[in-house]
Design a protein around this ligand. Sequence first.
Ligand code: GLU
Length: 414
Amino acid sequence: MTKENPFAVAQHQLDVAAELLGLDEATHEILRWPLRELHFLIPVHMDDGSTHVFRGFRVQHNDARGPAKGGIRFHPNETIDTVRALASWMTWKTSMLDLPLGGAKGGVICDPRQLSQGELERVSRGFIRAAARFIGAHKDVPAPDVFTTPQIMAWMVDEYEIITGEHEPSVITGKPVEIGGSLGRADATARGGIIATREAAAHLGLDLSGKTAIVQGYGNVGSYTHKLATELLGLKVVAIGDMYGSIYNENGFDSQALMSFVRQNGTIVDFPESEPLDEPLLEMDVDVIFPAATEGVITGENADRVKAKIVAEMANGPTLPEADEILFNRGIYLIPDIFCNAGGVTVSYFEQVQNTYGYYWSEAEVNQRLETKMVHAFQEISQMAAKRRIHNRLAAYLVAVERVVKAMKLRSWV
Ligand code: GLU
């Protein structure tokens, strides 16, 4: 097993939980693999007159608790195994938050930064044409993920509705509010993670106000994490990284100014009130680190050098299993991804509920419901971790896996 393969990591995490739960072989086997996968080609007419054939995937890992749910990534390094891992993590995430949903993920191998708006729209619509029969409000509900946006969701829901001839807004979440999106969805992943961080600090007896943090990644999740960590927790985010480099300012950064700089320049690098960071971002001597980029960044190699008290996993799969053990043994408090970044899918679920009602909530109402969900899940993880004397990821897995197993047993799948 290579731990660099995210799907091997996801299977390993499940295996450890399955052993503690004493799962029988058939139950364990179903949970190790996706129930269904769709692999397809998306031929797209490019602006220069050529035709480029993109590869796409949609993986439904498990839908025992409800329709499969999870985002679509547009990424140059996308692989089927990454999508499988992310689909599995969605099953545990929706279960952890006790949402009546399963887990899925999709991906297209492409680099959206190299595509024109028209090409991006044709890739998005092509994805839906290929996957239309596989997805559905009661089957599998996509959403945004890395490099996909509310605009892309708008094209996707439109294409789906053209195919079916009916309005069906709850087939896709993370839509713009004007066409059925939910207020509060844009910053929901970050907001959920900030609530989780606040609860973790209270649990540890730490006052985070005026303390320091770093954020790795500056997409939707990273940028809102910066903003809300500052506004809601009083944290000073002294360093931020993206795929082009890292910036430092001992006094922190103005989040409005940085967000508009990134909109114009496509990167945080060379932001005026900053200097380049000359040490590894995740190893900085700060109180909280927020990995909000991609998988596999905290490894057996660098986990020993992490100095933060809290690791809040805003990304999916940032920590490898050997690093989990190292951080736990060193007393570093890790908030696991399947809980920490679950605010996004939780508000996606609220979006579906509102779409189904045809009646929309205020932003304050959405945020309040998110707060209730996150605090409750935090307590479940804390109790399990204390009872079994295990790390938080394993505790979260025990809670989440057990719920999925119960649903499968009630359905007599196993
Ligand atoms: N892509 C997000 C995640 O990884 C959100 C998924 C959703 O809203 O369905 O949790």
